[in-house]
Design a protein around this ligand. Sequence first.
Ligand code: ARG
Length: 395
Amino acid sequence: MMKKVVLAYSGGLDTSVCIFLLKERYDFDEVISVIVDVGQPEEDIKTAKERAERFADKVYCIDAREEFVNDYIIPSIKANGCYEGYVLGTAIARPLIAKKVVDVAIKENALAVAHGCTGKGNDQLRFDFIFSLSGLEIIAPIRDLNLVRSWEIDYAREKGLDLGINAEKPWSIDENLWSRSIEGGRLEDPWFTPPEEIYKWTNDPRNAPNDPEFIEISFKDGIPVKLNNKELDGLNLIRELNRLGGLHGVGRTDIIEDRILGLKARENYEHPAATILISAHKALEQIVLTKDEIFFKNMVDERWSDLAYKGLIYEPLFDDLNAFIDKTQERVCGDVRLKLFKGSLHIVGRRSPYQLYSETNVSFDEKQSEKVILSEYHGYQAKIFKNVVMHKKKT
Ligand code: ARG
């Protein structure tokens, strides 16, 4: 019987080295490379395809962009998906990639599934988790053989593959539609200031336009559906916001992140659309949800993000949290206006048919005694109730 293995392939150094190792060191007869398109640059997909066609026995290229948007990014917007202050990006794409690899493995009757992750990062655990549900053997050559990047670079070159990685540009990059992550090399020194060259999606704020840009985003049930009053599907909306935010230098993060295994790591990210959409979404929640709902949802969002970060999307709690979140989103409808300017983002307007905000109640121009305030409090509660009832009747 042919010994087949299916590899999650990105076209980068680690996964390219895996193709050779799976044949040489693990004795597989057939290495099947699976490239999953989750919105990384077209150029990267093209390069990955060329490399896979050259070195692997069979190649699958799966367009999972729509699924990524609908089943991963949108729930993440509803949950304001952030881990330790950074927008979840790599974390939410990994389970989808892993699932596509498993699908191919089943179809191809393969013995094993493989990934190119090291033993230090989070991605190995995210892949392992989904892979393990398939019951197939899991192979992680870079981790199992304890390989280092310099060895990999030489080994790949020996096999006729020069990836142009060198000591000056050693960055390890992961990109999808929602975020771009840059790590490694000199960035591992937390005192080292990131050079401008690591950024590809966002302008240096100094070079951003000198005039601010005002944009409006409309939400329905917590989902962004319009930009400047024009309906757009998720994929195009995110693309357009990545362009606009990037132009104005919005959406960079440089943080020390606690990895799943407890290591602290220095991470750099770009995520203009995600920054814009999550900020706008939160602003709308502020005006439609009650104080108690917001308090509780913040805790739910944190738990959601922690599970998503670990890739534990099949933990039953994840489903439970999504059910709560979806319930709250029924009233998260309305518009948010934002100002983008030289690396900054400000919310400058919000409105909703379900807003609990009352201008007369809060206005400085209306005189109110303490007693009035108290009765207003009850009136306020009544109004919340009325809004909820009104909403229920409609649905
Ligand atoms: N630390 C981030 C995470 O675990 C991103 C890792 C991305 N990988 C990379 N090679 N840049 O979500």
